[in-house]
Design a protein around this ligand. Structure first.
Ligand code: ADP
Ligand code: MG
Ligand code: ZN
Length: 476
């Protein structure tokens, strides 16, 4: 392996979160009855005229701005001609010679370092429909997805390993989610990736022949498919054979790639400018407005979290890796001035509850202010950390007010000295042997006595106070 270097370039299709399709007013709603979200435009009726969706353009320009791309003054929609049963127009409307934006970059965090990957282009296009192969050799076509807006984001060949490829995809997906323009789910197919990959002897400037791998619907499969494909190409070169340029399908079951079709050239598609659509120009005023609306992006938020809240890189990673988690954190940290404690709680106790329910922090039944209140109870020594963790699943699940819950259920720490003194006396009286050993120098038994006191008080005794009382009881 180390004698060879892999080169990877990724093409991502991101489905935009617009309410209507790219060139008509049909709904983009998912999971509705087949062929209900259609009209003459997306059903490809002759004479129907497309009108571009302004929201989709706004989303495209915002992504371009977030990726430092140059937004072109004029971009042109072109017809990419091919026949497919679920593409009734007989062509896809895409952008070819003049894409929406070019020449950007994405900084990808890899092992605490940032690696810059060039963005070659971002262009807009409409999606095809869906063929469904049913029983009895019958196939059906559902046109609900036909015409749904996509952005294609093409990276430079600047990625050198499966790990980096996954890191790039995660960073890109995160930006799309921060911008709130794409759902970013590979499983549901609204964030799709094709991977171009080649290998070359290390140190050689020219690229090797590449293959393109399709059909990977999770980060894990992208990693698997690329690793497989890199090994396959190295084996070919080692055997003195050549890599054939082709499109491959990743087979999840076998973990292998297999040939789908041979090399295809752009001219196969007979691209030409769509005569029904004028070139897309984006007024300066609009660009500036959209630029002002850009949210803080993941990388700068990550840096700010480390700087302003003194979080570790790892905690900042976990929190900013999910916009809603980061938002939640900032609201909680605004009410409780120990950000690291908030971050630790969120990435352990809270993340566990969220993951169990498969919900985001934005959907949490437990509000950030409530988390801050719970942590406040611990800091004021009204409850121990142990009790806080113990009650967390319940207060979280029902969004209960921690303070009143603790009062009602009698979880408040026992700080009443005379009450604790009594318990300590009991424990010492019940364990004369241990008391004798302690007095002979077996100081480790302290934790045994502490445990006994906690058992009798259901974990509610104030540990500091118990420690003092035990010491004076044993040594006094
Ligand atoms: P096409 O027009 O066939 O899609 P492009 O030149 O647009 O080809 O490149 C598509 C993708 O392939 C880009 O992401 C690019 O970075 C990547 N790529 C190009 N050449 C190579 C190569 N030799 N090895 C790996 N990736 C490559
Ligand atoms: Mg391509
Ligand atoms: Zn339509």
């Amino acid at each position: 392996m180390s004698r060879y270097e892999a080169v990877i370039g990724l093409e991502v299709h991101a489905q935009l979160k617009t309410r209507s399709k790219l060139f008509c007013a049909c709904s983009t709603g998912f999971g509705e009855a087949p062929n209900t979200n259609t009209c003459p435009v997306c059903a490809g009726m002759p004479g129907a005229l497309p009108v571009v969706n302004k929201r989709a353009v706004e989303f495209g320009v915002k992504l371009a701005q977030a990726l430092d791309c140059r937004v072109k003054d004029n971009s042109v929609f072109a017809r990419k001609n091919y026949f497919y049963p679920d593409l009734p127009k007989g062509y896809q409307i895409s952008q070819y010679e003049h894409p929406l934006a070019e020449e950007g970059r994405l900084e990808v965090p890899v092992n605490g370092d940032n690696q810059e990957v060039r963005i070659i282009r971002i262009h807009m296009e409409d999606d095809a429909g869906k063929s469904i192969h049913g029983a009895e050799n019958t196939s059906y076509v559902d046109l609900n997805r036909t015409g749904v807006p996509l952005l294609e984001i093409v990276s430079g060949p600047d990625i050198y390993s499966p790990d980096q490829a996954v890191a790039y995809l995660k960073a890109l997906r995160n930006i799309l989610i921060y911008l709130d323009i794409c759902q970013g789910s590979m499983q549901e197919g609204n964030f799709r990736c094709d991977a171009n990959v080649s290998v070359r002897p290390r140190g050689r400037p020219e690229y090797g022949t590449r293959t393109e791998v399709k059909n990977m619907n999770s980060f894990r499969f992208v990693h698997k498919a690329l690793s497989y494909e890199i090994d396959r190409q190295i084996d070919l070169l080692e055997d003195g054979e050549e890599v054939v340029q082709e499109t491959l399908l990743f087979d999840e079951a076998s973990g292998e790639t297999r040939s789908m079709r041979g090399k295809e050239e752009a001219h196969d598609y007979r691209y030409f400018p769509d005569p029904d659509l004028v070139p897309l120009t984006i007024p300066e005023r609009e660009r500036q407005k959209w630029a002002r609306e850009l949210p803080e992006l993941p990388l700068s938020r990550w840096r700010r979290f480390i700087r302003d809240y003194a979080l570790s890189e790892e905690l900042a990673d976990t929190l900013t890796g999910d916009r809603s988690l980061a938002d939640y954190f900032e609201r909680a940290a605004a009410c409780f001035d120990e950000p690291r404690t908030v971050a630790n709680w969120m990435t352990s106790e809270m993340l566990r509850e969220l993951n169990e329910r498969d919900i985001s922090a934005a959907q949490s039944p437990f509000a950030p202010e409530q988390l801050a209140e719970l942590l406040g109870l611990v800091r004021q020594e009204k409850i121990s950390t142990k009790i806080a963790k113990q009650i967390f699943p319940e207060v979280f699940a029902h969004g209960l007010d921690p303070e009143s819950f603790v009062q009602e259920k009698g979880y408040v720490q026992i700080t009443d000295e005379s009450r604790l003194e009594e318990v300590v006396r009991e424990v010492l009286a019940e364990n004369p042997d241990e008391v004798a050993s302690y007095k002979q120098g077996k100081k480790k038994l302290m934790s045994f006595f502490m445990g006994q006191v906690m058992k009798k008080t259901k974990g509610q005794a104030n540990p500091k106070l118990v420690d003092q009382l035990l010491r004076s009881g044993l040594e006094g």
